[in-house]
Write a protein that binds this ligand. Structure first.
Ligand code: ACO
Length: 371
């Protein structure tokens, strides 16, 4: 008798050498390296290379990788025109989805080839950087630019967005990009895998991922968590808010719970460090204090059921302190996921390619005749 697995829970669809997660112990590693150590000591480009090619680049390879990203920062005029044509109040992630789909339309005679796909990866990283920076600029009422290349991806990105960037913010952005780079195969990466398994092009696979990232149960949680702190307002109001909304109101506490973790999400440690380091204004400090109090209350209420703080609880506070508005958070998450998603789809297509095509058990009416 066939059985379904709701939410594909505990269904395995690929082998991977990329990300290891122990959800009970709260451990996460990329190719064997501890995630927080990578965020502390490495760079986004080196970790992307590690994920994509299985080892760290030497200094020459790293320089070449950076140069190739930097030589692909200019968006085609038609992409700039699409951005300009979109209403000012457009959703940032929807804008990214549109630009990625537009890039997919360039893949006119696309035919899968391992070499060509791999060769395209630095181009994609450069293009997505420019897309996200310009989405931010357009939403702020600013002009579209061709980003100036700096040594690191994070510096190039922040300077393209804000025209300036200090050392702490560049390091915080770089760490966030590393921490969010991959997480095995959540809904968004799975959506990309489904598309890639048809031997479709990489921009189409990324567009699929972005559509799945959007919902509040996944990528939208950082935004949801931050809005929750704003709604509460201050640490003293946490207890009443929690009782009214979570315990009695039956709302879900956003930034809590995870399909895989039964303890604290390991990425929290570094996000918390940067939240402490960067929260400077009274408003930022108040939001951080509210979050800490809410975390304490949430863990007391739910910890015994294995529901703990997930990474989205603090990442929004870091993105906000770097300078981004709340409605950019999910798109920043999308930016950081690009190399992880590309690593997963290339790994899948190169080693285990098989069209992903699950089944559904029919339980509708039996045969009927039209009157
Ligand atoms: N607040 C309150 N209760 C919760 C929460 C939460 N955040 N998370 C899970 N639960 C409870 C559910 O009510 C359910 O209780 P029940 O068994 O009494 O009905 C039980 O825990 C299991 O919940 P499920 O939804 O079945 O667990 P699932 O594995 O599908 O949930 C999810 C994972 C969707 C992330 C969930 O924890 C959630 O909704 N969290 C809030 C949104 C969030 O923070 N998402 C970010 C995820 S991380 C990421 O995408 C980067």
């Amino acid at each position: 008798m066939e059985e379904i697995s709701p939410g594909l829970e505990n269904v395995y669809i690929k082998y991977t050498e990329l990300t290891y997660i122990d959800g009970n112990k709260g451990i996460m590693r990329y190719r064997g390296y501890d995630i927080n150590e990578l965020a502390e000591k490495s760079s986004f480009e080196a970790v992307s290379y590690l994920m994509l090619f299985g080892r760290f680049p030497d200094s020459k390879e790293l320089m070449e990788f950076r140069d190739r990203i930097n030589s692909n920062l200019v968006l085609a005029d038609y992409l700039k025109n699409i951005l300009l044509a979109m209403p000012e109040k457009s959703d940032a992630l929807g804008m990214l989805q549109t630009l990625l789909s537009a890039k997919a339309s360039e893949e006119l005679n696309y035919k899968y080839s391992k070499e060509n796909d791999r060769d395209k990866i630095p181009e994609i990283l450069g293009q997505v950087l420019s897309m996200v920076a310009n989405i931010y600029r357009i939403k702020e009422g600013d002009s579209i630019i061709d980003p100036d290349p700096y040594e690191t991806y994070s510096e190039t990105f922040l300077r393209a967005c804000f025209g300036k960037a200090d050392k702490n913010r560049i390091k915080a952005m770089d760490s966030a990009l590393i921490l969010y780079m991959d997480h095995e195969i959540p809904a968004s990466t799975t959506a990309a895998l489904v598309t890639a398994s048809t031997l479709s092009d990489m921009y189409s696979a990324l567009a699929s991922a972005v559509t799945a990232l959007r919902g509040p149960l996944h990528g939208g949680a950082a935004e949801g968590a931050y809005r929750q702190f704003l709604e509460i307002g201050s640490p003293e109001k946490v207890d009443k808010w929690f009782n009214d909304n979570i315990i009695n109101g039956k709302r879900r506490l956003v930034g809590f719970g995870h399909r895989v973790y039964r303890t604290y999400d390991p990425r929290l440690k570094t996000f918390k460090k940067y939240a402490d380091m960067l929260a400077a204004t009274n408003e930022e400090k108040n939001i951080l204090a509210t979050a800490k109090k809410l975390e304490e209350t949430g863990v007391k209420a739910f910890g015994s059921r294995g529901i703990y703080t997930n990474t989205d609880f603090y990442s929004g506070i870091v993105f906000k302190a770097i300078g981004f508005p709340v409605d950019m958070f999910t798109t920043l998450f999308g930016l950081s996921r690009v190399s992880g998603i590309l690593a997963h789809i290339t790994e899948y297509v190169e080693t285990q390619e098989r069209l992903i095509r699950p089944r559904a058990i029919y339980r509708g009416p039996g045969e009927r005749k039209l009157e």
